[in-house]
Design a protein around this ligand. Structure first.
Ligand code: ADP
Ligand code: ASP
Ligand code: MG
Length: 442
């Protein structure tokens, strides 16, 4: 293990000049060598997505208007970020360079590669602007270009060997530095083209960077004081959870706790690097510590994942037949669509997917097995804690809380960390509030 720390700051943490100043304070007061991973300024990636969609749809006037309004935002941002003329000139140069590229997209036939390049502009700008501010404030720093070391393979999985080798090469270029800055979210794909780790991917970058340099700690700095026991966007009285194990945090992230990218805990778990969740606006708050330690065998938090489609395949051929499920799973494998939940009875199997991009092809293939029904607009509600399935009376508590909610599926015992139920998204809020009361007394 090295003594490097990785500190990741999300969009809201760098969204205003005053917040970026706060980030600089946190970073420069953290002792020892560190790699700072930055997201784009809040709102930027949404805006870039919109520009990409407009360009794809041939709506050039709309794209141009969005580019110009973003440009104005960045000019105002830099004006408050830095004070000295020389810093302002540097910041404006950076902004102009990136907006010249964006404007050039109005004049070329647009394609998917340009979309990815467009989406990368946010992190490329935020890191350069932060570096200029640090320099003005008298702090030496070096930018590690993520596109030189962060890479995914043909299955969109991180290419860990490449990341380790190339991050090492980049770090060795600056033997004198202790403060490094890199872009979250962006990477190269198997075709060596610019790509990204999907929305919210800067958390994933931080964990991958932490793993690749055997960091002693990864900190994810955001706009809330850690992982809360329930979704604070939906339920009003939630509270932070002080300690979570890697497995608990992974389940919560995968099942919808937006504070963490769904895959972001996996590299940290694999390399046993603790991950701390902290609030940029309230640095003294403890936050959440995620580590290999499994404490308190009880439900610690609930998360919900929307956009779930449930599929039921009913077939008398399933009765007493072996190999049936395997043929069903083959269909999902063929169309590269992961299954989240599954329940079976003698003659039917129900399962859920969160990506319906290939639903039509999947349904066509499943018709061969029996009658197929589809329920869109479902949510998985996932209750997470160590050894939760062994907690006495827990199931009664859950179902007492959910007595007024129509439940479509239940998953219990599949993992020792989670109990999940599936319900229509229209009942999600009611269910989360009821569970908050029933399980946490809140
Ligand atoms: P960042 O821009 O820093 O990456 P995100 O918006 O991606 O921030 O993540 C932080 C947000 O995650 C919080 O503001 C909160 O609304 C949301 N969130 C959802 N579920 C949880 C949870 N269980 N605990 C804490 N925050 C959560
Ligand atoms: N800027 C990217 C997004 O908004 C990545 C991130 O913030 O984590 O999705
Ligand atoms: Mg995020």
């Amino acid at each position: 293990m090295s003594n490097i720390k990785v500190l990741k700051f999300g969009g809201t943490s760098v969204g205003k000049p005053s917040s970026m100043h706060m980030v600089a304070k946190i970073v420069t007061e953290t002792p020892g060598p560190k790699i700072v991973v930055l997201s784009a300024l809040s709102g930027t990636t949404n805006s870039l997505v919109k520009i990409g969609e407009d360009l794809t749809a041939g709506k050039h006037a709309d794209a141009s208007a969005e580019i110009e309004s973003l440009y104005t935002h960045y000019l105002q941002f830099q004006d408050k970020l830095v004070q000295k003329d020389v810093s302002k000139a540097k910041a404006q140069y950076v902004i102009n360079e990136h907006f010249t590229f964006m404007r050039s997209l109005l004049k070329v036939p647009f394609n998917d590669n340009f979309t990815k390049e467009l989406l990368a502009q946010g992190e490329l700008m935020s890191t350069k602007l932060f570096s200029i501010y640090l320099e003005e404030a008298g702090f030496r720093n070096a930018i590690l270009p993520a596109l030189e070391f962060m890479a995914i393979d043909e299955n969109d999985e991180p290419n860990m060997d490449f990341i380790i080798d190339n991050l090492g090469t980049q770090l060795r270029k600056h033997p004198e530095e202790e403060l490094f800055i890199t872009q979250g979210y962006i990477c190269l794909n198997a075709d060596q083209k610019i790509d990204n780790l999907k929305r919210g991917g800067s958390d994933y970058t931080a964990s991958l960077v932490g793993a690749a340099c055997y960091a002693e700690l990864v900190q994810i700095w955001t706009d809330i004081d850690g992982m809360h026991n329930n979704d604070p966007r939906v339920v009003s009285n939630t509270r932070p959870v002080a300690e979570l194990s890697f497995d608990e945090a992974s389940e919560l992230a995968y099942f919808g706790a937006k504070i963490l990218h769904p895959s972001s805990i996996l590299p940290a778990k694999q390399y046993n690097i603790p991950v701390q969740l902290k609030n940029t606006m309230e640095p003294e708050a403890y936050g959440t510590m995620i580590s290999s330690q499994e404490k308190n065998k009880t439900i610690k938090a609930i998360a919900a994942k929307d956009g779930i489609t449930a599929i039921k395949i009913k077939s008398t051929r399933m009765l007493l037949a072996y190999g049936f499920l395997s043929r069903v799973f083959d269909v999902f494998e063929k169309f590269k669509t992961p299954i989240d939940m599954i329940t079976t009875s003698e003659v039917a199997v129900s399962l859920t997917i969160d990506n319906d991009a290939r639903l039509t092809e999947i349904l066509d293939a499943l018709e061969a097995f029996g009658s197929v029904t589809v329920d869109p607009n479902q949510s998985i509600i996932c209750m997470v804690g160590n050894d939760v399935v062994r907690e006495k009376g827990i199931v009664k508590k859950i179902f007492d809380s959910l007595e007024d909610i129509p439940i479509r599926m239940i998953s219990y015992g599949g993992s020792k960390y989670n109990i999940s139920v599936l319900t229509e998204t229209q009942y999600k809020k009611k269910a989360l509030i009821a569970l908050n009361k029933g399980l946490f007394g809140l």
